[in-house]
Design a protein around this ligand. Structure first.
Ligand code: GLY
Length: 364
């Protein structure tokens, strides 16, 4: 694909004006010629894959460390184990209220986790939905992939399956998450029997906290094998039993070992209705650069959002972020509304960093 052709298609369509404002760096990468990819391995994740706070650990750095260990490549599922170990850092980070321990609960105050993973070399997938009391949902999804003929376990079955592998039963609702949930319970409606507590009684840290956050991570190893994982506590205060995009193969994550991997964070219902991650990989399979592939699928999501009724003031009323890595190591990310970042580390880097996502709609 020539650079002028890519540019024309990028500028065409729904949100040309604001897309043109995408950060210079992201645009440069979107149109980088094939062959200019960074050195593998490459690990890309949502922004919570790395914080500039060493005590929190880093999913991206943990994955990269494992991928640089020669023993990882010798184990049949070494790449998959590396990405699952990586996101396990975030699943254990109680300060991240979108994943694992400390995740915000459903409307009943119960933490229900969703996760899925996919391993390029054998194109197998594993997933769990509405999993309770086991923090490492991604590991449970990996065990579904590795040790069963199934792809997706939910609820009590997923929990019993995790326990069969010796994974500990834990209360995942931390004290801080419980306070955030209680304040939401007390304040979200004037038509129930709860009184909203006076401001003076409320810790400002628990006011109006809400997340559709999640961690997605995709990696391509030195050989060019690809794997993807997404793990989450899902939409805050969701209806019990609600499952988002994260455990839906093709929505919250997808990879194809001949092409690359992709994933989503943000409003899961949109990633589901548009087969988000699959569509990005499919675009990359037709020689579309990773950032442009993410933007193309966001344009499709935006087109459908109006019809779906999630549209306000001439734009979608939600955030959705996509991440993509191609088999050769080229990577990119884009979000619906300006202001997103992603975490990345390549074989050329000493440490992970954040980069800005390209975007469809400018901040107002
Ligand atoms: N993307 C996370 C969720 O909607 O559950």
């Amino acid at each position: 694909m020539t650079s002028s052709l890519s540019r024309r298609s990028f500028l065409g369509g729904l949100a040309a004006a604001s897309a043109a404002a995408a950060s210079k760096e992201a645009r440069a990468r979107a149109f980088a010629p094939i062959g200019a990819a960074p050195r593998r391995p490459v690990v890309i994740a949502s922004a919570n894959g790395w914080w500039d706070e060493p005590e929190r650990g880093s999913a991206v750095a943990t994955t990269m460390r494992a991928l640089l260990d020669p023993e990882t490549a010798e184990r049949p599922y070494g790449l998959l184990e590396a990405i699952v170990e990586g996101v396990g850092v975030t699943e254990s980070d109680a300060r991240d209220h979108s994943v694992g321990l400390g995740g915000l609960p459903n409307e009943d105050g119960v933490v229900q986790l969703d996760a899925s993973c996919m391993f390029g070399p054998n194109h197998r997938a594993g997933a769990v939905g509405a999993l309770e009391n086991v923090r490492h949902a991604a590991r449970v999804a990996m065990n579904v992939l590795r040790y069963t003929d199934h792809s997706f376990l939910v609820g009590k079955g997923a929990y019993e399956f995790a326990r069969a592998f010796g994974m500990p039963h834990e209360e995942l609702l931390t004290e801080e998450a419980r306070k955030i949930w209680l304040y939401w319970r007390q304040s979200h409606s004037a038509k129930d029997d709860w009184f909203t507590p006076p401001d003076a009684e409320v810790d400002p840290d628990v006011l109006d906290r809400f997340t559709t956050g999640t961690i997605h991570l995709s990696a391509v190893d030195a050989r060019g094998d690809v794997a993807s994982v997404t793990t989450t506590s899902g939409l805050s205060f969701k209806i019990p039993g609600r499952v988002g995009d994260s455990p839906i193969v093709g929505a919250g994550m997808f990879c194809d070992n001949d092409i690359g991997g992709a994933g989503a964070t943000g409003r899961g219902e949109e990633a589901i209705a548009n087969c988000g991650a699959f569509s990005i990989v499919d675009e990359m399979g037709r020689d579309v650069e990773p950032t442009e592939a993410c933007l193309n699928v966001l344009k499709r999501v935006a087109r459908h959002a109006e019809r779906r009724g999630f549209w306000k003031d001439g734009r979608p009323d939600f955030q959705l972020k996509f991440y993509a890595v191609r088999k050769d190591g080229a990577y990119g990310s884009a979000c619906m509304l300006e202001g997103g970042a992603f975490a990345v580390m390549t074989g050329e880097d000493e440490s992970p960093r954040h980069e800005e996502c390209a975007f469809l709609y400018e901040k107002r």
